[in-house]
Design a binder for this molecule. Sequence first.
Ligand code: DLZ
Length: 162
Amino acid sequence: MSSALKNLSDFNHTNIPNGLGMRIAVVIAEWNIEITGALRDGAIETLLKNGVSDKDIIVKYVPGSFELTMGAQLLCEDKTVDAVICLGCVIQGETRHFDFICDAVAQGVTNVSLKYNKPVIFGLLTPNTHQQAQDRAGGKHGNKGDEAAVTALKMVALQKSL
Ligand code: DLZ
């Protein structure tokens, strides 16, 4: 698996657009908050580092990853929001809901994004173990929240360029 070999956060850190003037919402699942909180911190740090103003970062929480889609939809209703970053963590083996939740979020995020014509970023960790989650939430494979923030900046810049 490619992620066994590298820090995934290095992968998309080229040509990051400046986020000044962008308004970005971050929706975080409270399940596995020790992981999703680290994803949130990585995402916010990356947004700030790349020019997004503190006042233009909206942070909201939903109970679990299944609710990320609804959270994203509510935030997309706000016309001042340019993009929504969804952050969650579903650990396989911990729940029989794993496949249902992951499929629902992937489909839901896609649907909301297309419905509102707005970038909605899929920042859902789907690891087999808690250790794998930690490795991707500020550990040896980087921080998926960081990557999600870069993706949001790139997608908003793309949209604004058209
Ligand atoms: C119920 C549940 C379970 C078992 N596991 C997780 C998980 O690992 N990660 C996560 O984000 N949420 C989990 N949930 C909660 C669901 O996402 C959802 O909040 C509930 O099913 C209520 O709709």
